[in-house]
Design a protein around this ligand. Structure first.
Ligand code: GAR
Length: 219
């Protein structure tokens, strides 16, 4: 098996990044994490990545001013220089242009802390509580030009309790993020996720436990 060369893009602490790095320590995992890129020099995850022995890079969006395309071209150059095949956005807080997205068709995935299509955008946990949602969660999806909108690969659900605080709910969601992101990357890297009419179809058998996270798996 040739493992897919994968880059993780971060802006912050990188706990999802760490979950992916840990999964990929298993030599039979189909993705190899070869690079972590941050758009902020102070992203806490950079140190964690370096401690894990990974190569890191900083492409600081601030040094490109308002020129989003120049920033993205610099990012693309770094990814190409490392012969990256799959890009994982893990708490990467920059919107990407249609040009950049088009460089990675069905090869760039994102994790969003909500049950998409509900609660796109920011402050998802506060908004879920305010909306009186009984259920909340996280979604891993392919990236398309429209924000938080691509085909859903995996989704994990958690209950919302009547007396929930934003931080308690965020912690519950984060724990499920750390389960579904490694699962989604495993399936994408092994070529088992096909997009059909805008929806993901998972090929081959999955365990019952995995099926609970995979809307596109055969029942
Ligand atoms: C995660 O909850 C992720 O889902 C969210 O940021 C957090 C990053 O945490 N992503 C977004 O909100 C993307 N719009 P981490 O740095 O510990 O992985």
């Amino acid at each position: 098996m040739v493992r897919k060369r994968t880059a993780i893009l971060i802006s912050g602490r990188g706990s999802n990044m760490t979950a992916l790095i840990e999964a990929a320590r298993d030599p039979s995992y189909p993705a190899e994490i070869v690079l972590v890129v941050a758009n902020r020099p102070d992203a806490g995850g950079l140190q964690r990545a370096a401690e894990a022995g990974l190569e890191t890079a900083i492409v600081d969006h601030k040094s490109f001013g308002k020129d989003r395309e120049a920033f993205e071209h610099a990012l693309q150059e770094v990814l190409q220089a490392h012969r990256i095949e799959i890009v994982c956005l893990a708490g990467f807080m920059r919107l990407l242009t249609a040009w950049f997205v088009a460089q990675w068709p069905e090869r760039m995935v994102n994790i969003h802390p909500a049950l998409l299509p509900d609660f796109k955008g920011l402050d998802t946990h506060r908004r879920a509580i305010e909306a009186g949602a009984k259920e909340h969660g996280a979604t891993v999806h392919f990236v398309v030009p429209e924000m938080d909108s691509g085909p859903v690969i995996a989704q994990g659900r958690v209950p919302v309790f009547a007396d929930d605080t934003e931080s308690a709910l965020a912690a519950r969601v984060l724990a499920i993020e750390h389960r579904i992101y490694p699962l989604a990357l495993k399936l994408v890297a092994s070529g088992r996720v096909r997009v059909e009419n805008g929806r993901c179809v998972i090929e081959g058998p999955v365990s019952n436990q995995e099926a609970a996270f995979l809307p596109g798996a055969a029942q």
